[in-house]
Ligand binder design. Structure first.
Ligand code: ADP
Ligand code: MG
Length: 255
C-alpha cells in the first residue's frame, strides 16, 4: 500500500483536530502569522477555554476551526469530517449542521428581530424548528422580552445572549465562541457557562470558548494558553488562580 495516497484521519474521540494549521495576514515586512503551525486535539464532551494576550491569534484560530476562514496550510477536522478538504458548498452544509459559532462582535442581522436571528440557522439548513428547545434557550438566556426587538434596540449584553441562542438552536456537536460572556455581568455569565459545561457533560457537546476572564475559564475542563499564534501550554481542571498563574508564565508575553 502506498501511504502517501491514504487520506489522513482524525483521532477517534476528538471533536476538533488541527494539524499544522497556519494563517498569515499581509505580505512582506507587514505580514503577521496569526496562527503558526498549530496542532490541536479537542476531545468531545469537554468545555475548552482558549486564553492569551490580545493579538495572539485566538479569533483567527476559532474562525479556522469553524471553517469560517481558510488556512494557508494545515488541516482541520470536525469529528471525522476534514473540513479543509471540502469545497465551499459542502463546507457550508457541514458547518451549518454541526458547528455553532458565537462571534466576538455578535454579527446579528440588524434588519431582523431577535427571534428571526435565532431561527435563521434552522431556515438556512432546512432543520425543523423545535419550539420547546427555543423556549428553553430563551428562558436560560433571559431574552423573552427581546424576541421582537431588532439588534439596534438591544444592549450589548442582550445581543450577546441572542447570539448565543442562535449558536445553540441547531444543537450543534461543536460550539465555538469568541468571548461569549465579554458583555455580560457575573451572574448572567455564570448561568451561561454552567449551561455550556452541562451540555458538554450530558450531551457530549464540545465547546471551545475564547475568554479573557479567569473565572469564566475556570468553568472549563481544560484551558489552552495561546501566545504568538501557538499553543503555549494547557491547564487541566483549572481554578481562577491556576489560570492567572498560567497567564503570568506565558513566556515573555505581556497580558
Ligand atoms: P486575538 O483574537 O487573540 O486578539 P486575532 O486573531 O484577532 O487575535 O489577531 C491575530 C493577529 O492577526 C493580530 O496581529 C491581528 O492584527 C492580525 N489580524 C487579524 N485579522 C486580520 C485581518 N483580517 N487582516 C490583517 N491582519 C489581521
Ligand atoms: Mg479576538
Amino acid at each position: 500500500m502506498d501511504d502517501t495516497t491514504a487520506s489522513p484521519v482524525a483521532p477517534e474521540g476528538n471533536a476538533l483536530t488541527a494539524r499544522g494549521l497556519t494563517k498569515t495576514y499581509g505580505s512582506g515586512d507587514a505580514s503577521v502569522t496569526a496562527v503558526d503551525h498549530v496542532d490541536l486535539d479537542i476531545p468531545a464532551g469537554v468545555l475548552t477555554a482558549v486564553m492569551g494576550p490580545s493579538g495572539s491569534g485566538k479569533t483567527t484560530l476559532v474562525h479556522l476551526l469553524a471553517g469560517l476562514d481558510r488556512p494557508d496550510s494545515g488541516d482541520v477536522w470536525v469529528g471525522q469530517d476534514q473540513i479543509t478538504a471540502l469545497k465551499d458548498k459542502q463546507l457550508a452544509k457541514v458547518r451549518g449542521r454541526i458547528v455553532g459559532f458565537v462571534f466576538q462582535g455578535f454579527n446579528l442581522l440588524q434588519t431582523m428581530s431577535a427571534r428571526d436571528n435565532i431561527l435563521l440557522p434552522l431556515r438556512l439548513n432546512g432543520i425543523e424548528r423545535d419550539d420547546a428547545w427555543l423556549d428553553s434557550l430563551v428562558d436560560m438566556l433571559g431574552i423573552g422580552r427581546e424576541l421582537d426587538r431588532k439588534p439596534f434596540e438591544m444592549s450589548g449584553g442582550q445581543q450577546q445572549r441572542v447570539a448565543i441562542a442562535r449558536a445553540l438552536i441547531t444543537r450543534p456537536q461543536v460550539v465555538l465562541a469568541d468571548e461569549p460572556t465579554g458583555n455580560l455581568d457575573t451572574h448572567a455569565s455564570a448561568e451561561i457557562l454552567s449551561h455550556l459545561r452541562q451540555s458538554c457533560r450530558e450531551l457530549g457537546q464540545s465547546v471551545v470558548m475564547v475568554t479573557h476572564d479567569p473565572t469564566a475559564a475556570s468553568y472549563a475542563g481544560r484551558v489552552l494558553l495561546f501566545a504568538n499564534g501557538r499553543v503555549d501550554g494547557h491547564i487541566t481542571d483549572p481554578t481562577p488562580d491556576a489560570v492567572l498563574a498560567g497567564l503570568d508564565a506565558l513566556a515573555g508575553v505581556q497580558r
